[in-house]
Each structure stands twice: as C-alpha cells, then as structure tokens.
Design a protein around this ligand. Structure first.
Ligand SMILES: Nc1nc2c(c(=O)[nH]1)N[C@H]1C(S)=C(S)[C@@H](COP(=O)(O)OP(=O)(O)OC[C@H]3O[C@@H](n4cnc5c(N)ncnc54)[C@H](O)[C@@H]3O)O[C@H]1N2
Ligand code: MOO
Length: 400
C-alpha cells in the first residue's frame, strides 16, 4: 500500500462514522453533551414586563420636576401589586417585580425623593427605562441553541432559563484502548532494564474522555500473536464502538498488530498516511466497530489521535469540525519533506495579535516538546520553509 493523503484518510474515516443517535438526559447531567435537537424556549423571557431596578414604577408622562406622585402600592419579585396605577400615581417596586398595569417606566430610588406616601424625582423619566420588556430575552418557541452545540455553563444557563428540564443529546461512543509492546510497563512501575513507560493509553484516554461515554484501558499486550489475538478478540467480543491500539503498527518483525487485526476479521481501509509524525496509522472496521491502529511513538500516537480519532468522535456526536487558523509565523520554519508535517508550535499573544512559533524538535518519541506545544503548524508536503510573518495553517491543541 502506498502512503495515503491526510485528507483522503480523514474522508474515509468520517464516511464510516454512523449518524448520531439520540438520548434524553436531565439538564443537570448535560454538561459537555452535544445536542441532537435544538433547545427551544418553553415560555417568553421575561414572562412579564419586569423592573430592572429597585425604585418606583411610574407613567413617564406624569413625571416632571417638582411634581409629587402618590404611592398606591408595592410590587416585589414574586408578588405583583395586583392593581393598576392611574394618573398621578406611582408604585414602590423592586428588581425583578412585575410592572403594575398602567406603569411604563421605572426610576431608580437614587433619583427619587420620598416623603411618606408620596415621591418626586430628581431626573427625567425616559419612557420604558429600567423595564425588561416581556419576551425581550427570548420568546416561547424560539430555538436558543442549535443542534451540534456542545453544552457548556453558558448554554446550560440559557436552557435552564428556558425551563428545559431535559435535553436530547447524542449517545457517546464507548471506546476500548490497548497498548502493545514487550518493553512497556504501566506508569508508576519500577523501570527494569530495556523497559519503557507506556504513556500512550493515559494520554489518549485524557484526550477523548471529555467527549466519549467510556474509555476502557485494557493495559499492555505483549508482542506475540497468541497474546495479541486473545487480548484483541476479548475486546471485539464486547462490540465496542471504537477500538484503539497503539504500537506494533510499523514494518518490523515485532509489529504484529495489523496481521492480528486481519486475522480477527477486521477489514482494513488503509495503512500508512503521508504525514509526520504518524505515518504507520491503520484504520478499518469489524462489524459496527471502528478500529484505529495508532503508531507506538508517543508523539505520533497523540498527533494521529488528534488529527483522526478526535474528528471521528466529533462526527459521531454530530459536532462541527474546527477550522484551521491562519496565523503569522514568529520564527522561520525549515523545509519540509514529501510528508505533511504536523509541526509542534506555541501560540504567542503579541500587541499586534496572535502569532505562532515553531518548535523545531521533530523526534516522534519526544514527549516533553509536545507538552510545550499548544498548536500544530500544518506544513504542506514539499514546503520550502517559510520566513517570519508568513501566514500558515495552525491547528490549536491547547484544549486537548
Ligand atoms: N523500517 C522502518 N522502520 C520504521 C518505520 C518505517 O517506515 N520503516 N516507521 C517508523 C515510524 S514513522 C514510526 S511512527 C514507528 C512506529 O512504529 P510502531 O507503531 O510499530 O511502534 P513500536 O515499534 O511499537 O514503538 C515505537 C516506539 O514507541 C514506543 N512506544 C510504543 N508504545 C508506547 C506506549 N504505549 N507508550 C510510550 N511509548 C511507546 C516504543 O517503545 C518505541 O520506542 O516506526 C518507525 N520504524
Ligand atoms: O511517522 Mo513516525 O510517526 O514519524 O515517527
């Protein structure tokens, strides 16, 4: 198989992702979930003309310098006055209270002089001032949040105000994760001779967990057919939505993942992408299960998870894909090879706007440089290298 273009690989993956399916959850459990139906207001907001200030409800036409109005009642939040005000009258009113019939304006108490049951004002009345008109926030039946919205605190505020106790959200995929490699030990273990700490599973789990239902870590599988076959067959038996392996994806004698997956019935769509890091990525499916075989190198594993697995999960949930940013380079980039380079980089906020500074480390086993990055510059194949100030494509990864 020759190297596949990044776009073609992504297109192939996204075409295999099923359409979102819906489940209903209580709003207090909906943080981070993605809407499959819009949030629609169930009432006008505010439901009545309401005071925005503590002060006096008046008829604007009645207010003039030196004129006293008679206070005929009180309106407070939750308890309206229950009567109208007439010419020459005012009502004491508090923030959030329904405006009494007949009133059209509220004047705040700092601009009022009160004596017993009468009041005059030190400022002009501006008709409608300090009144939140019924429905000025939203009206009954209005769509407030569209399909595809990933609910954050701001969205939950609007949905709650609209009296939506439940929301329809996308079912989240269940993911099974396995690392492969005889040399690997779990993080936190004593490190024996020739051993490496397996970091990929924790990293990928951290990347995907905010979006997915479960991300079950099946630990480390040895580089032999018997262990791999048994381990992976056990995972496929539970029919997860997505299986992700890391390591054993390349061409060495110990890279057995591809052969094992095929033996277990996985139909492979592709293997090897024209990118760095991350060339030996595999993708296929077994029944309804999508299968990603990511490279073992930690930077390659995480970059391919960001570039291919995250978009698949977003599609699964019905979310939009983020677009690349165009930012000026803060420093030159070196020439690229024939493979598209997802170059580690740092965003810099300057007085003239955002810039992106390339990190020149390209070793795909070098995790500390990836930890310093909050963006990837997407450098085209055969790019001859660019001077500072040139606009380049940037994929922000600071939220990952
Ligand atoms: N002759 C060739 N050799 C290699 C090629 C090639 O085209 N021809 N491709 C290289 C590229 S590019 C990559 S990327 C790697 C990927 O190889 P594998 O997917 O087979 O990964 P491994 O050999 O299993 O491991 C590579 C490296 O990463 C470490 N590793 C593995 N798993 C983990 C883990 N879970 N956490 C942390 N580190 C891990 C492993 O110890 C190795 O150091 O192949 C090149 N070779
Ligand atoms: O394509 Mo590999 O991921 O560079 O080391």
């Amino acid at each position: 198989m020759s190297l596949l273009a990044v776009e073609k690989a992504l297109e192939t993956i996204l075409a295999r992702v099923p359409a979102p399916t819906s489940e209903t959850v209580a709003l207090n459990e909906a943080l981070g979930r993605v809407l499959v139906s819009p949030v629609v207001a169930r009432h006008d907001q505010p439901p009545f003309n309401a005071s925005a200030m503590d002060g006096y409800a008046v008829r604007a036409d009645d207010v003039a310098e030196g004129i006293w109005l008679t206070i005929v009642g009180t309106a407070q939040a939750g308890v309206g006055m229950g009567a109208a005000i007439g010419p020459g009258e005012a009502a004491r009113i508090f923030t959030g209270a329904p405006l009494p019939a007949g009133a059209d304006t509220v004047i705040m108490q700092e601009e009022a002089v009160r004596e017993a049951d009468r009041v005059r004002f030190t400022a002009d009345a501006r008709r409608g001032h300090s009144v939140r008109q019924k429905g000025n926030d939203f009206s009954c039946g209005q769509a407030l949040l569209p399909v595809g919205t990933r609910l954050n605190a701001l969205h939950i505020s609007a949905a709650a105000a609209a009296n939506c106790g439940t929301v329809n959200v996308a079912r989240r995929p269940h993911i099974d994760l396995a690392a492969t490699g005889d040399e690997l030990v779990p993080p936190g273990s004593p490190l024996g001779p020739d051993q490496i700490v397996g970091s990929n599973s924790l990293a990928i789990s951290a990347l995907l967990s905010p979006l997915v239902g479960t991300c079950a870590d099946h630990g480390i599988m040895a580089d032999d057919f018997t262990s791999l076959r048994a381990g992976l067959a056990g995972i496929f038996a539970t029919e997860p939505d997505i299986v992700i392996t890391t390591g054993g994806a390349s061409v060495g004698e110990h890279d057995l993942v591809q052969e094992t997956l095929k033996e277990l019935g996985v139909s492979l769509d592709f293997w090897r992408i024209n990118m760095r890091p991350g060339k030996p990525l595999m993708f296929g499916s077994l029944g309804k299960t999508l299968v990603f075989g990511l490279p073992g190198n930690p930077v390659s594993a995480l970059v391919t998870a960001i570039v291919f697995v995250l978009p698949a999960v977003r599609r699964w949930l019905g979310m939009e894909q983020p677009t690349l940013w165009r930012l000026p380079l803060a420093a030159p980039t070196p020439p690229n090879t024939a493979r598209r380079h997802f170059m580690r980089a740092r965003l810099q906020a300057t007085s003239s706007g955002l810039q992106v500074e390339p990190i020149l480390q390209t070793d795909s086993g070098h995790t500390s440089s990836l930890a310093q990055a909050d963006a990837l510059i997407v450098q085209p194949e055969f790019d001859q290298g660019q001077a500072p100030g040139t606009l380049v494509d940037v994929l922000p990864i600071g939220q990952c």
